[in-house]
Every structure is written in C-alpha cells, then in structure tokens.
Write a protein that binds this ligand. Structure first.
Ligand code: ASP
Length: 584
C-alpha cells in the first residue's frame, strides 16, 4: 500500500492516527533540529516534520537530503498543530514522520512548481508534465473533466447516444485544409483526418440513431491564429425529425444546465438575433452583449455637408463610449493610433465630445454644427459625458474595425466581466460567402446546410442573399457552438454542390456516399457542434484555451515537448511510397 490517505485529506479529527502518505516534495525548510517538508499530490499539501528529539539521526540525515520534486513515501503520526495555517485545508495538522522512503529522485525543475511560476510559456510547454503539477493547470484539467461529465449526463438524460465515428476518413469540408495520412497498403492514396464528423453524424441519422452526440477530436490545418489549435475537441450533436426550433431549445437546455451546474448561474430564455442585425448593431456575428455600445449608422446625418471623407464612404458608423468625455486629448490620440494599427486598419477616427452642459465638441467642427452633432448623439445613443467615436469606409471593413474598437474600449472600461454570462443565438446566416481569393462562393457553414425554406430558387439569381437554416450560439462574444438544419435529399444537395463549384464527377467522388444514402429514406435532420475547449475556458472565466488542454500545441502548431511534427526516415517514406520533393 503506497498510501492510506492523500495529501489533501487529513484534518484535526485524524489527530494521533498512523498514516502513510506519498507524493512530491514541494519544499524543505531545514531548521537544524527540526525539518519541515511540504508534501504535495493532486489533492493538496500536507506538512510533514522530522524532529531531532524524536527521530533517529539516520532519518534526520535522509530528510536533509530531500530535494524539490523528489517522490517520497512516509509513515507517521498525525499531530494537531499548535499554530494552525488557515490558508490550506490540512492546516490544522502536521505529520510527525517515523519512516521515509525515497521512491524516486528529481532533477531541480526548470521552473518553480507554484501557482505563480517563474517559467515562461515555452519552458512550461516543453516540461508540460511539470506544469500540470501546478494548481492553475491541474485545476483547469479537473474543471474540463467536470464540464465534459456534466455534458454527458445532460445529453444522456435527454436520450442522446454517444457514438464514435472514424478518424481515418475522407475530406469533410469545414472550410479548412485537411491533415492527410498516407496509406501504406494503398499506394498513392491518403486518408484525411476529420475536420468534423459532419457526414458521419448525418449517416447516423439515416441509420435511425435519432439523437447522437460525441465528445470528439477534430483536425483542421488552418493558418495559425493566436489561441487556435490544429486539433481541438467538439461536443458534436445531431438529431432527426427536428426543426431549427427543436435544436435551439435542446441545446439552450444543455447550455443552461452547464451554466447552472458549473457556474451556479441561472439564465432564463436566451435572446436571439438575426445575423443581419448582429452585423448592423455590433459589426460582428458573435457580439458580446454583456454591454451596450451598439453601432449607430450615421450616413443620413453625416453625409449632407462638405466633409468628403464621410461623403465618399459606403458607411459612416459610430459608437458612444460611456463616460468617454473624460478622456484627455492625448488619450483620444492614442485611441486614434490604436484604430490605425495594421491589425485594425482604419484610416482615421472622427470623434465628438458630449459635454455635461449639453453642447458638443467634435474633431470636425469645421463641417458640422451643434444640430448635426446632436443627431449623431441621438443615433448612437450618446448621453452627456460620453464620447462618440466615428469610423467610415467600406461597409464590411468599417464594421470590423469599429467592432474591434468596441471590444477594446469595453475591455479598458472593465465591461467584459468574466463571471457574467450573456448567451445569444445568432440566426439566419447567409448560405454562401464570397471569397476574394478564389473569386467564388463558399458555403459559410458547410455544404450540407439547407437554405431557408423557399430560398433555393434565389441561388441562381442572388446567391449572396440566400439565407441558411443555420445558427450559432454565442457566449460573451465568442462563438461556442454552430450548426444547421441539413439538406436531406439528393437533388437539393446536388444543386448546392453545383453552386459551390463542384462538377458532377467531383461531387460524386467526394460526396457520392452521402447522396446515395439520401436515396434510402433519409429523415429530416439537423444538429450543432460546440467547441469544448473554448466553452470550458469561458465557463472557467478565461479567454485562452491552452491551459484547459493537457498537451496543447504552440502558436506554430508544434508540440515542443515531444518535438512534433518531425521528419520521418527514408525507410518509412519508402514504405509509404512517398518521395520528398524538397527544394535544395
Ligand atoms: N460540423 C459543424 C462544425 O464543425 C457543426 C454542425 O453543423 O453541426 O462546425
């Protein structure tokens, strides 16, 4: 028996009990005649002590040689402490050690195993197993387990069945590139890792499974962005015989349950917003509605004077910054510099102070009088004491820029409170999205999403205006889930693929299996997938997902601990019939 108790368990009620503990040495304090050791495991820290007047010389010497992160086993007697430590749950007791066994030594760790460590990101990633010993990472992993477990409980109780789908498959387009795996047995042929189990979950519906879910890894070879992982986890779900309303209610139920179970927060009905309104009011399809600062479109009240910057713009749009009139000139100049950074890309910013006495002072007073500015205030909802920030330009660009500014200002004003939760359904996304690079339409969600009823006809004439039966669940300005009602008949799927630029042969080669299945009694169906990593991070009050993943990749998609990806040797290449075509 390695241990009778764990290191977080002993209390004053255990006084005078003989115990065996095992764990890691967090620290040693050698006072000469007394040696204190903090022993740590997953459950906590227990103070051990060695007392010269009660222990053998041998034992004292052994204790003196202990180093940080040694793995030890001790036998000893629980003693109620004279001076208690109220900061830790085991602070009422300590253990007088009678036997000490070193189970394994340890090199000095490259960073301190403390809540606030001295280790930088790279070092912590390289020695992730040491990082996992630290409370913040350990607790994040335990937290993730709780969320996953609560999800399984809820969905199982609603009649969902967890079914595993394969990882070695064929391309499932979700808008990224595939990771491919060469097949040794089939020369020149490749599997693709799933970008999602999309087609398989639809086939499960054809198979009559009715309510499916899976907590599942997905793989997307995307250009790397901060806080993206090439492999990530989804709570993937699908239901048959459902309309959009059924899906929204079911997964609102799941999210409400998680918020209650995990965060103790009760939220009634989730608000809903059309995609077009989200773009108009927040410049963003995943608005953070924990705070206001809605956009006010100013074209009508700003394009009637001689200010050419506004007159030549497709959209003039502003937001009211609450209390922003206290900003100094210098602070406003800094804001202007901020929107001009290449990451945001605005050419400049017009502003208007709303003075306490009801007058206005703008950066464009030469062109606009008090009446004009009063209208700006009305449209943006600005009150006395606020600052109106106005951007102008091409609609899509300027909305994205003002949205970035809105989020930045909210952050600075402390309006993005991590323990406040504001879920929102965004609905009726466009079916197709124009891609500047390839100069053609792409499915905004994926090619299996059905258009809204009656909109299929528009595909030929106004493809950009067709709305999809698709929805996203947004939480605190993050997309945590997205899904759609699917196409379930072959003819519609064929039309859709044609519009996405697939020839008949290509459609057959890639999705023939799905279209064939649709000919054998495919039920109407739809679903959704949640990004588990992000959901867990947000419920945990954080915005970065890395600490909630045991072994994450870094921002260049590398696992620096195992050093992957890595070259493979010639023999393996040959076996796979692969020749490297390296440019020398
Ligand atoms: N497969 C979709 C995704 O990964 C989710 C869905 O449509 O259910 O985004």
């Amino acid at each position: 028996m390695y241990r009778s108790h764990n290191c977080g368990e002993l209390r004053a009620t255990h006084n005078n009990t003989e115990v065996t503990l095992a764990g890691w040495v967090q620290g040693v304090r050698d006072k000469g005649f007394m040696i204190y050791v903090d022993l740590r495991d997953r459950y906590g820290i227990t103070q051990l002590y060695f007392d010269e007047s009660q222990s053998s010389k041998d034992l004292m010497e052994k204790a003196q040689k202990l180093g940080r992160e040694f793995v030890i086993q001790v036998k000893g007697n629980v003693q109620e402490r004279a001076s208690k430590n109220p900061n830790i749950p085991t602070g009422d007791i300590e253990v007088l050690v009678s036997e000490l066994k070193v189970l394994n030594g340890s090199k000095t760790p490259p960073f301190t195993i403390e809540d606030k460590t001295d280790g930088g990101d790279d070092l912590r990633m390289k020695y992730r197993y040491l990082d996992i010993r630290r409370n913040p990472v350990k607790n994040s992993l335990i937290f993730r387990h709780k969320v996953a477990q609560a999800t399984r409980n809820y969905l199982s109780s609603e009649g969902f069945i967890e079914v595993e789908t394969p990882y070695l498959i064929k391309s499932t387009p979700e808008g990224a590139r595939d990771f491919v795996v060469p097949s040794r047995m089939n020369e020149g042929q490749f599997y693709a890792l799933p970008q999602s189990p999309q087609t398989f979950k639809q086939l499960l519906m054809v198979g009559g499974m009715d309510k499916y879910f899976q907590i599942v890894k997905c793989f997307r070879d995307e250009d790397l962005r901060a806080d993206r992982q090439p492999e990530f986890t989804q709570i993937d779900c699908e239901m048959a015989f459902v309309e959009q309303e059924d899906i929204l209610n079911t997964f609102e139920g799941l999210t409400r349950y998680l918020l209650k179970e995990i965060n103790g927060v009760e939220i009634d009905k989730f608000p809903r917003m059309l995609y077009d309104d989200a773009m108009r009011l927040y410049g963003n399809d995943k608005p953070d509605i924990r705070f206001g600062m809605q956009f006010g479109e100013l074209n009508e009240v700003a394009q009637h004077k001689d200010f050419n910057v506004f007159n030549s713009a497709e959209l003039v749009v502003g937001i009211a910054v609450p209390g922003g009139n206290t900003y100094t000139r210098k602070e406003i100049d800094q804001l202007i510099d901020w929107v001009k950074r290449p990451q945001v890309g605005a050419l400049g910013m017009v502003y208007c102070r709303c003075n306490e006495d009801g007058t206005y002072k703008s950066s464009v007073d030469k062109f606009y009088d008090q009446d004009d500015l009063a209208k700006w205030a009305e449209v943006t909802g600005a009150k006395a004491g606020d600052l109106i920030c106005v951007l102008s330009g091409d609609t899509n660009k300027v909305r994205a820029q003002l949205s970035a500014l809105r989020m930045e200002l909210a952050e600075r004003l402390g309006l993005r409170k991590p323990n406040e939760f504001a879920p929102l359904w965004v609905m009726d996304f466009p079916l197709l999205e124009w891609d500047e690079e390839t100069e053609r339409y792409h499915a905004m969600h994926h090619p299996f999403t059905s258009p809204k009823p009656g909109q299929l006809e528009l595909l030929d004439s106004k493809p950009g205006e067709v709305k999809a039966n698709a929805y996203d669940l947004v939480l605190n300005g993050n997309e945590i889930g997205g899904g759609s009602i699917r196409i379930h008949d072959k003819a519609t799927q064929a039309i859709m693929l044609k519009h996405l630029g697939f020839s008949e042969e290509e459609a057959r080669a890639q999705f023939g299996f799905l279209m064939d299945a649709f000919e054998y009694g495919a039920p109407p169906h739809g679903g959704i997938a949640f990004g588990l990593d992000r959901l867990v991070a947000i419920l945990g009050g954080q915005e970065t997902i890395r600490d909630f993943i045991a072994f994450p990749k870094n921002n260049s998609g590398r696992d620096v601990m195992i050093d992957a990806p890595a070259p493979i040797d010639d023999e393996q290449l040959q076996e796979l019939n692969l020749k490297l075509n390296l440019k020398s």
